[in-house]
Design a protein around this ligand. Sequence first.
Ligand code: LR7
Ligand code: MN
Length: 570
Amino acid sequence: NHIHFGDSDKLKHDRKIHAEEKRNLVNKIEADRQVQERHREEKAQPPAKNDDTLRYKKKEALPSRPYVDPNAPGEGGKAVVIDKDKLSPEEKKKFDDGWQKNAFNQYASDMISLHRTLPDVRDPECKDLKYKDKLPDTSVVVCFHNEAWSVLLRTVHSIIDRSPPHLLKEIILVDDFSDMDHLKQPLEEYVAKLEKVKVVRTKKREGLIRARLLGYSVATGEVLTYLDSHCECAEGWLEPLLARIAEGKHHVVTPVIETINDNDLTLRGTPAKNIFVGKFNWQLTFDWMPRPANYAPQALVEPVRSPTMAGGLFSISREYFTELGTYDPGMDIWGGENLELSFRVWMCGGTLEIIPCSHVGHIFRKRSPYKWRTGVNVVKKNSIRLAEVWMDEYKNYYYERFNYDLGDYGDVTDRKKLRERLQCHSFDWFVKNVYPDLFVPGEALASGEIRSKAKPMCIDSAVDNHNYHKPVNMWPCHNQGGNQYWMLSKNGEIRRDDGCLDYSGGESVIVYPCHGQKGNQEWQYREDNSIYHANTQKCMETSVDGQKLTMKTCSGVDRQIWTWKRKSPS
Ligand code: LR7
Ligand code: MN
């Protein structure tokens, strides 16, 4: 949900920095190599005693890895604290550039060992689980576009260091046409020294979906495991994923995704009882929700069904991925593929589950640092492709949000054929069986823009975390849905996605997360076209200049009369 159109000045700027960066990296590689060599000679020192860091219990099952001082920055998943005031001007510049280029604290990451230890975040129950000796092996595919060195290589080493060698067939790094120098020769040289790691490169910028398809095309493992390029795999992450697939290839599984803080790189664990599962809204964006009680099976650490997945971290049988039609190659850059695959898995006979005993960290960032395709809303285009193919009549709830302005979304004939060939369930089946708690706009009593009779102004507000609690205002009606699209739910909410109009007295109406408890969020769109708030017995009214939305005693003046399309519930 972050759309960014980069500019070429930034790229030029980046290149200048890269020359210096490359020198530093080459030095760093050499230093790393020497350290590794020394440790080989020392034959892996015994791990330091440190209670909140976990070392290998089953030494024989995992590769030996260099000794890391438990007090080194970030060890055990701890925070890296940097006092910026104490940095020299050059260091400060590095610090700022790191943030600017990556949208996370690269400076902090560079201080952390590529082999840092993590806390053992698994529930105690997990350690009692026994897995079959013979599990399928996996190719791990990591796509990247201009990833920071330390972050990318820590991803790689965390995979190698924490995967039983016989289960790790290979790691495939797919470079999606990066232009940072350290990802060229230096990366080749570095991975040449690692067993099992190979780099493949796209010939032009493809975006993460086609980059993943390239990884798929060269993978040879029985299972494919996709990870983002800024991840850290925790102890025991792989076996439970593979074990579930061994129980049936139609199980598509994700680890519990732990947050690696974008600023201090901390990683903490999520106990199984607090796991969140994936949902989506009618903007077709992915989001999390607490695991509903009825999804929780008998045991806490059993697989948890999830209607959707975030998209970046999952394992799937390679054979099953093929049968299921891999990805839609018509999708560009970023977005949409996560819901597309989620819907497809469920609708076509598979299951999507979160495996509570498998934990992988991911750096969540607040903006997208890299260049997108200027001028095209790729997320919308990708989402329309998925809606056209998979959502049947439900696609209209999405389209209404931008007044059916579909634009050019390419050709989806092949994907429709795929759906036919696989004989999949309907989207209605998916909603009713997999995500019955979903708010379905078809049940809304009114929907679309809420237009004032006094002036051509509409109730307008974004609905997201940044906007909660802020007064809702009026804006000239634009007839494009978006922030002027509202639905009246059966229990009187005026809502969009998870935001509801909320009034608790005073001047303003605000947007607040829907709580389903009526109260401040209960409205009536009455016969006389007024909008009535039962709790306070007031009516919505626009200010005389039409700019503001207020609440007043009901009087029937034009400023209290609203046009809003009534719907007959389907
Ligand atoms: O053009 C690109 N080419 C790439 O190779 C753009 C991106 N990429 C790579 C990029 O380097 C990264 O490794 O693709 C990966 C994902 O991009 P991010 O990390 O910039 O995005 P994100 O973490 O916000 O992306 C989430 O949603 C995406 C939708 O297309 C993908 O499904 C990502 O894999 C997904 N990430 C996760 O699921 C991790 C958990 C995040 C959450 C919620
Ligand atoms: Mn990511």
